[in-house]
Design a protein around this ligand. Sequence first.
Ligand SMILES: C[S@@+](CC[C@H](N)C(=O)[O-])C[C@H]1O[C@@H](n2cnc3c(N)ncnc32)[C@H](O)[C@@H]1O
Length: 216
Amino acid sequence: MTLTSKMSSIEFELEKSYGSKDVNNPKRIFSTAGKILIGLTGCSAIGLSVICLPFVAPAFRKYCLPFVPATNNQIDNIFKLLKRNTNERLLDIGSGDGRIVIAAAKNGLTADGVELNTWLVQYSRLSALYNGVFKQTSFYQKDLWKFDVSPYKYIVIFGVEQMMTDLEKKLLNEANKESQVIACRFPLPNIKPCRIVGEGIDTVWLYDFKKQQSQN
Ligand SMILES: C[S@@+](CC[C@H](N)C(=O)[O-])C[C@H]1O[C@@H](n2cnc3c(N)ncnc32)[C@H](O)[C@@H]1O
C-alpha cells in the first residue's frame, strides 16, 4: 500500500467515526468549547434569576416591601415591650430571615412568621432548627394581606410607610381584642401608641387593640 492510499484510508475511517475529516481542526474544537461555555453561562444565568426572583418580586407588588432585616437594637426594643415566658402567640408579618420570630421563641413565646420569599422561609426554618426553637416556631409562605392575624396576642410589623394605612385597617378589622401590635421603624398612622421605645430607625411603637376597639 502506498503512503497516499494509507492516508486516504485513515481519513475515511476518521470521517466514518466523527463525521468530518478535520477532527484536529482548532476551529472545530473551539466551537465545541464555545457551545459548552454558552450552555454553562446560560444555566448559571437561569439559576441566578431563580434565586434572585423572590427578592426582586416585592418591587412589582402594590406595596414594595423589600427584605431589610431588623437591627439588634430594634429587636431589643421589641422585647422591652413584650412580656416574656407567657406562652402567648406572636406573629411577625413579613418575617424575612426569621430573626424576630426566633428571638421571640428564645424569650419563651410561641412565634410564627408569614413571608412570601421561599428562600427566606426555608432559611428561617433552618435557623430555628439551629437555634433550638424549631418546635416553638412556624413559618408560612403566604401573602401577609391574606393571612389571618386573629389568633395572635402580639403582632409585629416592620413594614414601609406607604403600606401602614391599609395595614392599620386590616389589623383593626381582624386582630382580636386582646392583641397588641408592635410597629418597627414606621408607626400606624391613626392610632395612638401606648408606648414608644428607642429612637431613629430603631424606634418601636406599641398599640393596645383592646383600647382601640372599645373606642371604635
Ligand atoms: C422589612 S423586611 C422585615 C423582615 C423581618 N420582619 C425583620 O424585621 O427582620 C419585610 C419582609 O416582608 C416580606 N414581604 C414583602 N411583601 C410580602 C407579602 N405580601 N407577604 C408576606 N411577606 C412579604 C419581604 O420579603 C421581607 O422579607
